[in-house]
Design a protein. Structure first.
Length: 196
């Protein structure tokens, strides 16, 4: 079992450097998605580690966007995180803002799913239900092809992420939709608590 700080400590660390609802929602979503992937891909005993990496992956982005994945190691070390977690967090910026390559399957999942959760989240907001629960891969693929939709979500990163995992784009989309469905209610409930 991989060693990581407690959920309580990780959330406190996140909130120390992040206050915008958009960033908190993204962190909680990626945490839930990474936990789902850990269970689904056979890493259940490391679920807490995968989820913590998801929660803290953008720890430096709100305050230091120009130093994304450069500032993170210092913040994470100060927060009591180990080197394995720090490597995993930084690896999602590979080829974009750092040279830490995603090696472990978990790091490849984070690299691929991080951008995709943003696209799925934006697509869900456009639905009458405002939810991912009734979203199908076919409608997501339409949004993916529309370059103007959620333009900040890099299609190249999502494609590269799928390739690194040896998955088709459809497979990555389908799994990540299922992961977001699984954690949507919990994430929304926690957001209400955080903003309350």
């Amino acid at each position: 079992m991989k060693d990581c700080i407690s959920r309580e400590a990780a959330l406190a660390l996140l909130k120390q450097y992040n206050s915008e609802p958009f960033h908190l929602l993204h962190a909680l979503t990626v945490e839930g998605v990474m936990g789902w992937y850990a269970d689904t891909l056979g890493y259940g005993e490391d679920r807490a580690f995968w989820a913590t990496v998801g929660l803290l992956h953008d720890i430096d982005f709100e305050k230091w966007p120009e130093e994304h994945c450069q500032k993170a190691p210092e913040l994470l070390r100060d927060g009591g995180c180990g080197e394995e977690l720090i490597h995993a967090v930084c690896s999602h910026g590979y080829g974009l803002c750092c040279d830490v390559e995603p090696i472990h399957e978990m790091e490849k999942v984070l690299f691929a799913a991080d951008e995709l959760t943003g696209l799925i989240g934006a697509a869900a907001k456009m639905r009458p239900s405002k939810s991912v629960c009734d979203m199908e891969v076919s409608s997501l693929k339409k949004k993916f092809k529309d370059k103007k939709f959620a333009a900040g979500c890099s299609r190249d990163v999502i494609r590269t992420g799928a390739e690194r995992l040896g998955w088709t784009l459809e497979e990555l989309m389908e799994k990540t939709i299922l992961a977001m469905r699984a954690c949507e209610d919990a994430v929304n409930a926690e957001m209400e608590t955080l903003q309350g």
